[in-house]
Ligand binder design. Sequence first.
Ligand SMILES: Cc1cc2nc3c(=O)[nH]c(=O)nc-3n(C[C@H](O)[C@H](O)[C@H](O)COP(=O)(O)OP(=O)(O)OC[C@H]3O[C@@H](n4cnc5c(N)ncnc54)[C@H](O)[C@@H]3O)c2cc1C
Length: 248
Amino acid sequence: MAAAALRRRLTWQRAEVLAVRRETPRAYRLTLAPPDWPGHVPGQHLDVRLTASDGYTAQRSYSIASAPQRAELEIVVERVDDGEVSPYLTDVLRSGDLLELRGPIGGYFVWPDGSDDAVQLIAGGSGVAPFLAMLAHHRAAASPVPVRLLYSARTAGDIIGREDLEHPPPGVTVQVTLTRGTPEGWTGLTGRIDAAVLAAHTVPAAQRPHVLVCGPTSFVETVARDLVALGHDSGQIKTERFGATGGQ
Ligand SMILES: Cc1cc2nc3c(=O)[nH]c(=O)nc-3n(C[C@H](O)[C@H](O)[C@H](O)COP(=O)(O)OP(=O)(O)OC[C@H]3O[C@@H](n4cnc5c(N)ncnc54)[C@H](O)[C@@H]3O)c2cc1C
C-alpha cells in the first residue's frame, strides 16, 4: 500500500453517529458516517478511540458489519459489563454525537475475493459481525460463491443480525446453534460447536473451502483445532480473536 493511503487509514477522524440501535439485550448496532472513508473489504475492522477530559485515551477494534457497497458504516458492539470502552458505546453514545475512529484496518481476515471455492464462516457471539459484512457484500454483488455460516449464540434473543440471517441471499446457508436454552418451536441446532457439529454442518474438508472463524479467543482456538483434526488444511483457516474467553 502506498504511504499516503496507509497514512490516511491510520489518521484519526471524527465520524458522526447516525444511529445507535439495540440489536439484542447486550449488543448495539452503531451507524457511522466518517467524513473521509476510503472504502473497505468485508472482514476489515476499524479502531475507535475515546478521550477523557484529563487526556486519558482508550482504543478498541470493531469489525465493520456493513457491506462496502453502502455509504455509511455499521459496527456491532457487545457490552462487556466491566469494560472500559464498550459500555460507553452502548449506553452513553447517542445519534448526533461524534466518535473518533480510523481505518479500515486488516488485510488478512477478509472475504476471499477472486476465488470460486466455497466459503465456510464460523462465528461465536459478536464474532458474527464481520460475517454480516461478508453476507451483505455477497448479496450486493450477487456473488455465485457458495457460503455456509455456522453461528453460535447463547439464546435466540442474542442472535445478532437475525433478520438478515433469516433471509440469506441465494447460495448462502445459515445455521444457528443456541447454547443456553431454546425457545418453543426452535428448529435450529442446540449446544456448543464441537467436532461432531463441525463434521455434520460445515463444508467438508475434501472440498477445500476457505474457512473463517471469529469470536472469543477460546471459541476460535477450539474450533480451529477441531477443523484441523477434521482434515482441513490449516493454511485455509483464517481466524480473528475478539479477546477474553466469552461464553458462547
Ligand atoms: C480485530 C478485532 C475486532 C473486534 N470486533 C468486535 C466487534 O465487532 N464487536 C465487539 O463487540 N467486539 C469486538 N472486538 C472486541 C473489542 O475490541 C473489545 O475488546 C471489547 O469491546 C471489550 O472492550 P472493553 O473496553 O469494553 O473491555 P476491556 O476494558 O478491554 O475488558 C474488560 C474485561 O472484559 C474482558 N473482555 C475483553 N474483551 C472481551 C470480549 N470481546 N468478550 C468478553 N469479555 C471481554 C477483559 O478480559 C476484561 O476482563 C474486536 C476485537 C478485535 C481485536
